[in-house]
Each structure stands twice: as C-alpha cells, then as structure tokens.
Design a protein around this ligand. Structure first.
Ligand code: KIV
Length: 272
C-alpha cells in the first residue's frame, strides 16, 4: 500500500507547500545529467536538485566555488529533458548573485530561460535579501539554503556542524523567518542540530528540507552519488548509503576487461 497521502502527477511549488500541510514528507535528490535524472524521476522523487555539488561530483573540484553559470545551465537542461514529474530546482552558482541584485536576476533568468528549470536555490539569509526579492518579483520561485552553506567554505574554514551556539542559532531562525516573509517557497537546512532544525520547521509555514538536520523537518535531500555509494571518500554521519555502487561498478568493469582480454567478449551472438 502506498504511504502517500495524496498522489501528484506533477510536482509544483504549490504541491510542496500542500505536502507540508498534509504532513507528507518531501523527497529530494540531486541529479546532474539526463540518464540519472530519468531514473530518479521514474522512481518518483518529488524534487530534483541540480546542485552546485556538480562541481565536486561531476568535475572533481574540492569545493563548489569553481562551477560556472554556463556549466550549471548545461547540467540543468540535461536534467529537465529527462523529467516527467519532479520539480527541478537549480543552484545559482557562487559569484552570480552576491554582488548585486540586478546580476542575481540576470543569472536566475538565464537559468530559467536556457535550462527550463522550475526554480532556483540561493545560499544565505539577510545579506542576500535584495537579490532574493528581485528574483521573486520576476516570478521566479526561490528556495533558500541556510546552515552549512558550502559556497562560504573559506569564511568558515570547515564543513563542521553549524549553529551549535545560541547566537548563531538565533540568527538562523531570524533568517529562516525572513526567507519565508520574502516569499521563498521552501528552505534547505544543512548540517545543523536536529532540535534547531525542528524548531525552524515548526515556526515557518514553508517546507524545510534537511540534509544532516535530523528527522523533525518536512523532507530530506541527499547527493545522489553519495547515497548510491558511488563516492567513497565522503562519509559524514548523516549519510545513509542505500547501495555500494562503487563496488558493483568496479566488479562489472573488471569482468568486462577480463572478457575482452580473454576474447570471451564478444561471442557469436554479439556480432553481425
Ligand atoms: O549542491 C547541493 O547538492 C546542495 C545540497 C547538498 C543541498 O546544495
């Protein structure tokens, strides 16, 4: 029997807000290319995030900072071509929205026009409020992102849990309320204490989607390549690996190499 409280043919920002009010948890995963997005959408995930984690996962950079707007548009348009149901949210990359709100709007418009994505995500609170306002005024849905914000890694120096101290926790709650007031349709909270994340989810009406933020929020997001066990080096406490795809792929590729070397592949049925 389905655990769903309501079936949605197509997920919109409105569906997510309704899901929160129904107590229906929201599932979100990253994807960066057509083939993976087709599988993720076909499995029924609610939101696909074309995250700037593509900078790490797809391009091998140490941080999310190097990825460009053109590269995000390439990834996002590949994902959009694959989906039938999920809402596609695209990260605005570092350096495309922080300097001024007009540039932020230009960047968001490029994402929407050139990729066909349905919404954008920006990292930060009150320091980027003018950019968020401008983008929202143009009719582009915005997802916020607070807590650990990887684009600011050089400001903090580490990827450790954020907002453990009362002062930072209060600032985070104020930022979450501000994002709700501005009109963001949802908020990602990354790597903060579970009790704080639950407090935020209970004090705002928009859905809060957590990563390393415990179970008291309205939904969860993971990086696809991490939860499938394709990446090996990254093992934070919050990450549940649903497969060991790295091992399975290595074994399949080794078998192929061995079959080629031994002339076992191709056989008579595999040729013309
Ligand atoms: O870029 C990304 O994958 C993200 C998630 C970790 C939320 O922002």
């Amino acid at each position: 029997m389905s655990a769903l409280k309501k079936e949605y043919k197509r997920i919109t920002v409105k569906s997510l807000i309704e899901m929160k009010s129904l107590g229906e948890k929201i599932s979100m995963l990253t994807a960066y290319d057509y083939t993976m997005a087709k599988i993720v959408d076909g499995a029924g995930v609610d939101v696909i995030l074309v995250g700037d984690s593509a900078s790490n996962v797809m391009a091998g950079h140490e941080t999310t900072l190097p990825i460009t707007l053109d590269q995000m548009i390439y990834h996002a348009s590949s994902v959009v071509r694959a989906i039938d149901r999920a809402l596609v949210v695209v990260d605005l990359p570092f350096g495309t929205y922080q300097s001024d709100s007009k540039e932020a709007l230009r960047s968001a418009i490029r994402i929407m026009k050139e990729s066909g994505g349905h919404a954008v995500k920006l990292e930060g609170g009150k320091e980027i409020k003018d950019s968020i306002k401008k983008i929202l005024n143009a009719g582009i849905p915005v997802m916020g992102h607070l807590g650990l914000t990887p684009q600011s890694i050089y400001k903090f120096g580490t990827y450790t849990v954020r907002a453990k101290e009362e002062e930072e926790a209060i600032r985070l709650i104020e930022d979450a309320k501000l994002l709700e007031r501005l009109g963001c349709f949802a908020l990602v909270l990354e790597k903060i204490p579970a009790s704080l994340a639950q407090r935020v989810a209970e004090s705002i009406s928009i859905p809060v989607i957590g990563i390393g933020a415990g179970g008291g929020v309205d939904g969860q997001v993971l990086v696809l390549h991490d939860m499938l066990g394709m990446t090996q080096e990254f093992h934070p406490r919050f990450l549940r690996r649903y497969m060991s795809l790295h091992e399975k792929m290595t074994s399949a590729i080794s078998e192929y190499i061995s079959d080629v070397k031994s002339s076992e592949f191709p056989n008579e049925n595999e040729q013309y």
